[in-house]
Ligand binder design. Structure first.
Ligand SMILES: [Zn+2]
Length: 391
């Protein structure tokens, strides 16, 4: 379905949004399925984030002016000695505060005021070289995405309690609300869209190059995202849905219980200490106080699904786990793989043995390694099983 071709050569263009929607979708699907290309992409994304943090508010042309002037100054040996102590202290203080919120800009990089900029500047030069002209579009986007376009699909949705017209804009911090008879569509920067069903409360939390984030307090939304993994997030009351290049439906009820159904690609449903990775065709529940449950394919047997819900959220313990293990089909190794890290001792061994019977581990992945949750072995085994999950 995804083809066997790796996509490393397309990743930079992909990160810059320079591919067609169809090409982006292909790359996103491949990234979901291929660990190697995903890690290559992670490096590119890291470079972009670094670049973004170095150059928060200034156009690239100014950056080059500053770099040239700073380099010229660097060539002159008197430059360093002319920095007065007070200025130097102010500059160091500024750098300590760091980042966007501290409000530093490239003004701080002007010659004579900064001498500690060299490693950072070298990094930015390398990044500009690597990213080429595409870097410019990333700078530009930053300042033009403080709000998202919203279209009314039906009824009378409101933005921050004001009834909206046929279109509107949702700014950071604002709530979009639909009553029982209204629906709306949100354009997620230029990376996709979210359809908002009736009876939903949803807020724009953040939108910048490396992070677009909504909060779903109640109701249901359908997301379709063509973007690099981990760029689009939705907070729910008990877990965060992190897009890995995908389409999905997310629903939150009045008790704060959520369910995630993935229809294309991958989504990670996560809290600080627990992550469920959910491929197309699978779902995952989450509960306040518990976090994300174990992901499962929705076409599993009824006994499997009931037992898993009991195990995850109703103290079902060993009995429920036993039924999950007995009922598992080859595809349900998705669930068993996640369970390895969620049980211990004899129970982990039972999960391991069933998993090994359904999907024999590749060479180098040992029982002892899995029993002590060796991260590399867990990843390698999962990579092999993904073929079964994605068909
Ligand atoms: Zn690949």
């Amino acid at each position: 379905m995804f083809g066997q071709q790796h996509v490393k050569k397309q990743l930079t263009a992909y990160a810059h949004g320079e591919l067609s929607a169809a090409q982006s979708a292909r790359v996103a699907a491949h990234l979901g399925a291929c660990e190697r290309c995903r890690s290559a992409f992670a490096e590119i994304a890291h470079g972009i984030r670094l670049l973004e943090s170095l150059t928060p508010r200034v156009a690239p042309a100014n950056l080059w002016d500053d770099i040239e002037a700073a380099l010229a100054q660097e060539a002159s040996p008197q430059a360093k000695q002319t920095e007065r102590p007070a200025r130097r202290a102010a500059r160091e203080n500024n750098v300590r505060r760091g980042g966007r919120r501290g409000g530093w800009s490239l003004g701080n990089l002007r010659p004579g005021r900064v001498i500690g900029w060299r490693p950072a500047l070298a990094a930015s030069l390398v990044l500009l070289f690597v990213l080429g002209a595409g870097g410019a579009s990333w700078f530009h986007l930053r300042s033009t995405r403080a709000s998202w376009e919203v279209a009314r699909l039906q009824g009378a949705p409101s933005i921050d309690a004001d009834r909206m017209g046929s279109t509107g804009r949702l700014a950071i911090g604002e709530w979009l609300e639909t009553d029982a008879n209204s629906r709306a569509q949100i354009k997620v920067a230029d990376i996709g869209q979210v359809e908002v069903d009736p009876g939903t409360r949803i807020r724009l939390v953040e939108t910048r190059l490396t992070e677009h984030r909504l909060e779903l307090a109640r109701g249901r939304m359908h997301a379709t995202i063509f973007a690099p993994p981990r760029l689009f997030f939705v907070d729910t009351p008990s877990a965060v849905a992190a897009d890995l290049g995908c389409a999905y439906t997310l629903e939150v009820d009045d008790a704060g219980h959520s369910v995630l159904h993935v229809t294309a690609g991958w989504v990670a449903f996560e809290t600080k200490d627990r992550e469920s990775v959910v491929p197309a065709g699978a779902a995952c529940l989450t509960r306040p106080g518990v976090g994300p449950g174990t992901p499962f394919f929705e076409d599993a047997s009824e006994l499997f699904l009931d037992s898993l819900a009991k195990f995850d959220f109703a103290g079902g313990g060993v009995d429920a786990l036993g039924a999950v293990i007995d009922e598992a089909r080859p595809r349900d190794t998705l669930t068993l793989w996640h369970l390895l890290a969620r049980v211990e001792g004899d129970e982990r061994l039972r999960v391991y043995e069933r998993l090994a019977a359904l999907a024999p581990p590749p060479a180098g992945v040992t029982r002892d390694g899995i029993m002590r949750l060796d991260p590399a072995m867990l990843r390698e085994w999962k990579a092999q099983m993904e073929a079964t999950w994605l068909t």
